[in-house]
Write a protein that binds this ligand. Structure first.
Ligand SMILES: [Zn+2]
Length: 437
């Protein structure tokens, strides 16, 4: 039953990919699916039933947004599987301790996410939800038809039963635990010689170095960057070493939200999720996504506000997909930096993207960097660059930040350069980060 569902989802995804010849047609189809989904959800989720009390299903777009903290506070009413917060939490914590990574509660997998902003999240996924995810994922990531032989290398925190569920004889999956240093995986990875690699950018960077040093020999047809924000500088480096486009999967505990097309453009996964925008700055196309997932049933996401920052791509993608194209995904809203304003007492907020661009514009060889803001108006910059030109590079970066200060009208920050750069092993790689309160 489970495998059948995966195959069905695989076919559905491929069919839908070519079904809509206009954005209007896609949105019209979405609207119908969302209404049908709500008819299923409302009798089963007290949380949404209450929220829709004075609002007809047809006006779902006006529903006030929900956030992770709402989902956690009203966990038991929120989900449609009658699972209480206490039983989910104790199941998840027990599993964490015994390193059982797919604990189930009455057939529903319970997951715990640390969350980048420190809010702990509890996630529920049924077998049906999982099959939908696996099937649509396979249809999206496999470079050719499903019967082609593929060897897939996944770098994951743990062997998640999401992916092992889709293994078959032609499709081979191997898992590489992120808890183990990348170099210790070198031999097994080279032996597998994967056709597809899924890994966070920090691991891909490590792999690129090993590949250049001859310690790893792989020739993947596709490389997917997952789980962390892919920095443009890293992307360029990785593409140079592996001589191919670095693809991206936009996926998180909230669902499978987007993937790059053959052109390398990230498209939102609008055949499963409807996206609306909470604009941060409409002129530059930056927004927080409000998602309505019309496939996922156990923990329904209806007008769910995420704190990721997406930048809309203005010009149409040459691939012709009617799904929204995204220029880039930025770190969570927590990493917006703050600087004292030039001519008032207030603070100026600067998106991480602008800070990252300072490094993009520096000619001389920046190899690695990390910007940390311990307090407003102060920056610590860890920099690794070609040793010869270090002082020049520092000056160039300083100059870029001064330009940024002029542009945004904030006081020029004090900058402390540091040469020791340690790639975070366990935490997510963030290039631009602010001290947590
Ligand atoms: Zn495209």
């Amino acid at each position: 039953m489970f495998k059948l569902r995966i195959v069905w989802e695989y076919i559905r995804t491929l069919v839908l990919k070519n079904r809509f010849n206009s954005r209007e047609a896609l949105l019209k189809w979405q609207e119908k699916k969302i209404k049908r989904h709500l008819q299923w959800v409302l009798p089963r989720s007290a949380y949404y039933r209450k929220r829709f009390e004075t609002l007809g299903i047809g006006r779902w777009r006006e529903l006030p947004v929900s956030e992770k903290r709402d989902m956690m506070a009203e966990f038991s009413d929120f989900n449609t599987a009658q699972i209480t917060r206490d039983e989910a939490l104790s199941t998840a914590l027990e599993a964490e301790q015994s390193r059982d990574f797919s604990p189930e509660l009455r057939g529903v997998t319970v997951g715990l996410s640390s969350g980048t902003s420190g809010h702990r999240g509890l996630f529920l996924v049924s077998a049906r939800d999982r099959a939908i995810h696996a099937g649509s994922m396979l249809a999206s990531v496999l470079p050719g038809p499903i019967w082609n032989r593929n060897r897939v290398a996944f770098f994951l925190r743990a062997n998640s039963n999401l992916y092992s569920s889709s293994a078959s004889s032609r499709l081979q999956f191997q898992f590489f635990d992120l808890m183990i240093p990348v170099k210790d995986h070198a031999k097994r990875l080279s032996d597998l010689n994967p056709t597809i690699v899924f890994a966070p950018p920090s691991v891909l960077i490590e792999l690129a170095k090993l590949q250049q040093a001859g310690a790893v020999m792989i020739h993947p047809k596709r490389i997917y960057s997952v789980a962390e924000v892919l920095d443009p500088l890293d992307q360029a480096n990785l593409e140079r070493v592996f001589k191919q486009t670095i693809h991206q999967v936009y996926q998180c505990t909230e669902g499978f939200l987007g993937i790059t097309c053959q052109e390398g453009t990230l498209h939102l996964n609008e055949t499963s999720v409807a996206f609306q925008m909470e604009w941060i700055d409409e002129a530059s196309g930056k927004f927080h996504p409000i998602l309505t997932d019309f496939r996922r049933r156990t923990q329904p996401m209806i007008r769910y506000l995420m704190n990721d920052i997406l930048t809309l791509r203005r010009d149409p993608c040459p691939c012709g997909s009617p799904e929204l194209a995204i220029e880039m995904i930025e770190g969570r809203a927590d990493d917006v930096l703050e600087f004292p304003a030039l001519s008032s007492e207030s603070m100026v907020s600067v998106l991480p993207d602008f800070v990252r661009r300072c490094f993009l514009y520096v000619d001389s060889g920046v190899e690695e960097y990390r910007v940390y803001q311990p307090r407003p108006g102060h920056l610590e910059i860890y920099l690794q660059c070609k040793s010869a030109g270090r002082s020049v590079t520092e000056q160039e970066i300083q100059a870029e930040i001064v330009k940024l200060a002029h542009k945004f009208q904030f006081k020029i920050p004090t900058i402390e350069f540091q040469s020791e750069f340690v790639l975070p092993k366990m935490t997510k790689l963030r290039r631009v980060e602010k001290a947590r309160p």
